[in-house]
Design a binder for this molecule. Structure first.
Ligand SMILES: NC(=O)c1ccc[n+]([C@@H]2O[C@H](COP(=O)([O-])OP(=O)(O)OC[C@H]3O[C@@H](n4cnc5c(N)ncnc54)[C@H](O)[C@@H]3O)[C@@H](O)[C@H]2O)c1
Length: 265
């Protein structure tokens, strides 16, 4: 795909190293996104709280002839976000794509949601995308081109039992994306959300009980969980020249969940 769109690329004849940073990029959906962006020719900064997993994935990517750089980043630590972006700026001098993928769940009903859980989930799922977005957008603005993709959830669009902290954080992320979109549009930066439905990853393996899995199968018209690659494909589309005029939107990748009403007659 032709990503030669920005001033820096034009200046060096379209051969600039384009850099994509993925948070929580070592496992699950983030790993699929890292792999896809690398196969599109981006140097992928695979950041994750789990450095070993990031290193493992980066080795896999480079073994396939593509480029990846593993970096430890706990996105709930604002200071680390600052250091990692300073390192990225020093090493590459640019950031073309940011995927705010790192996210945590945590099930608690509205009445019983502990403050600690609430704050932790908001820190990782909302505050971190805001801080990473600020740092990345400053670098993107220099070249007049950038793509920010925030991984939200269907839980940010529809309420679900037990999702007080998680669902609210994803709804806030959708709002943050609109805010980024309108304020960054004139700098050539688009910001969009992808809202996955249930996807087969370590997160759902650990957090979805047999009852939850049955409930999803009943309420997803396609009657299946999605695959991480199906989210990665959408991310790549939103970064592609074909999506240049799309900004501020949320694309559900959910097997029809958000379109559905009564499914069983
Ligand atoms: N799996 C699903 O069904 C589903 C559905 C909707 C939305 N999502 C969203 O997609 C994103 C990825 O989900 P997943 O299922 O692949 O999750 P996962 O738990 O399988 O992987 C998340 C990755 O993020 C990393 N991570 C966790 N906390 C971190 C932190 N503080 N700093 C940096 N990295 C951290 C983990 O080490 C892991 O590599 C999340 O934002 C999640 O909310 C997932």
């Amino acid at each position: 795909m032709d990503y030669v769109t920005d001033n820096a690329d034009r200046a060096c004849g379209g051969h600039a190293t384009r850099v994509a940073m993925v948070t929580g990029g070592a496992n699950g959906i983030g790993a699929a996104i890292s792999q896809r962006l690398a196969s599109e020719g981006f140097t992928v900064i695979v950041t994750d709280i789990d450095l070993e997993a990031a290193q493992h994935l980066a080795r896999e990517i480079t073994a396939n002839g593509n480029r990846a750089d593993p970096v430890r980043l706990d996105v709930s630590d604002a200071h680390s976000i600052g250091s990692v972006f300073a390192q990225l700026e020093g090493e590459y001098g640019r950031c073309d794509i940011l995927v705010n993928n790192a996210g945590i769940a945590g099930v608690a009903s509205f009445l019983d949601c502990p403050l600690e859980l609430w704050l932790k989930v908001q820190a990782v799922n909302v505050t971190a995308p805001m801080l990473c977005g600020q740092r990345a957008a400053r670098l993107m603005a220099r070249n007049g081109w950038g793509r920010i993709i925030n991984i939200a959830s269907i839980s940010g669009v529809r309420a679900g039992i037990g999702r007080t902290a998680y669902g609210t954080s994803k709804a806030a992320l959708i709002g943050l994306t609109r805010q980024m979109a309108i304020e960054l549009a004139e700098s050539g930066i688009t910001a969009n959300c992808v809202a996955p439905g249930p996807i087969e990853t370590p997160l759902t393996r650990d957090h979805h009980s047999a009852e939850t899995r049955d409930a999803y199968r009943r309420s997803v018209p396609m009657r299946r969980y999605g695959q991480p690659s199906e989210i990665a494909d959408t991310v790549v589309f939103l970064c592609s020249p074909g999506a240049a005029y799309i900004t501020g939107h949320t694309v559900p990748v959910d097997g029809g969940f958000l379109a559905a009403g009564i499914l069983d007659s």
